[in-house]
Design a protein around this ligand. Structure first.
Ligand SMILES: C[S@@+](CC[C@H](N)C(=O)[O-])C[C@H]1O[C@@H](n2cnc3c(N)ncnc32)[C@H](O)[C@@H]1O
Length: 281
């Protein structure tokens, strides 16, 4: 098994006539050290079934295959999806039977689109324009996922892992916390990619947790979160007025949930939002 180096990646892209597009967030990792770091931090177990979103030219896929029982690679670009098995057959023929490639949009993928073995880990260098919806969709639709290691834009990594009270705490932070314990797992510079993006990147690790115990559904809780942060500078009493019907109804729901109506959404934990959802009149 050999990892793809910068020259091999450019040669492969040239051979396939791939011009990386911003629309699909196509920035390929060309640095073996970064790929090895991602796999090390992911801490895979030999029986893990890994889902990789956006395998691209395969640099991360080749490093994942020896560490897991199998890898399911979901790629939206048909040229890249068709090439991946050939790349693996050339560089790691002994591991080729561990790979399944699924051509499709990771934001719409459903369990029935994947092989029968349930995925236990997500490891991916995500397309940056859709990184948050992709990871939330995966957590929601694939309950068997226990651990996640993703590379995203640094600012998104900060938002996902932010704690209540911080300026950048917002919708992605609360929704991710519904599903998982989230932590930043290290910075990544721009030069490890081809083409180099205009922003720094960061690694985020997530471990599945039990969702807050609440009588409200996830959709009901997320509706409060969306309403609270749609007008994040307003007090909760004002921000939740249309969600509750009136400002008085919002105040009532907040007081019943034990929350001061003059607070702002950025102070609240996912458990607080869950209690508010329960007390909608
Ligand atoms: C940042 S690149 C990562 C490529 C590769 N994993 C690497 O590290 O070199 C993102 C990849 O995701 C693919 N992609 C973009 N949007 C996607 C989507 N909605 N579903 C699945 N794959 C997608 C792109 O075609 C590209 O291959």
């Amino acid at each position: 098994m050999s990892l793809l180096g910068p020259v091999e990646i450019r040669n492969l892209a040239e051979k396939l006539d791939i011009r990386p597009t911003k629309k699909l967030g196509q920035n390929f990792v060309i640095d073996g050290g970064t790929v090895r770091k991602i796999v090390r931090i992911a801490g895979l177990r030999p029986d893990d079934v890994v889902i990789e979103v956006g395998p691209g030219l395969g640099s991360l896929t080749l490093a994942l295959l020896p560490e897991a029982r199998s890898v399911v690679a979901v790629e939206i670009d048909p040229v890249l999806a068709a090439q991946l098995p050939l790349t693996v057959a050339e560089h790691a023929p002994e591991l080729a039977d561990r790979l399944t490639v699924v051509l499709g949009d990771a934001m719409r993928i459903l369990p029935g689109d994947l092989p029968q073995e349930k995925p236990t880990a997500l490891v991916a260098n995500l397309p940056y324009n859709v990184s948050v919806p992709v990871v939330l969709h995966m957590l929601e639709t694939l309950p068997s996922l226990r651990s996640i290691l993703i590379m995203v834009q640094a600012e998104v990594a900060d938002r996902l892992a932010a704690a209540p009270g911080s300026k950048i705490y917002g919708i992605p932070s609360v929704k991710a916390a519904w599903y998982a314990d989230v932590r930043r797992a290290g910075p990544v510079g721009r030069t490890v990619f081809w083409p180099a993006p205009n922003v720094d990147s960061g690694l985020v690790a997530m471990t599945r947790r039990e969702p807050p115990s609440t009588k409200a559904t996830r959709e009901e809780v997320f509706a409060v979160v969306d309403a609270a942060f749609a007008q994040r500078r307003k007090t909760l009493r004002a921000a939740l007025a249309s969600w509750a019907g009136t400002a008085a109804a919002a105040e009532q729901a907040l007081r019943s949930a034990g929350i001061d109506p003059s607070e702002r959404g950025e102070q609240l934990t996912v458990e607080d939002f869950s209690r508010i959802a329960e007390h909608r009149g």
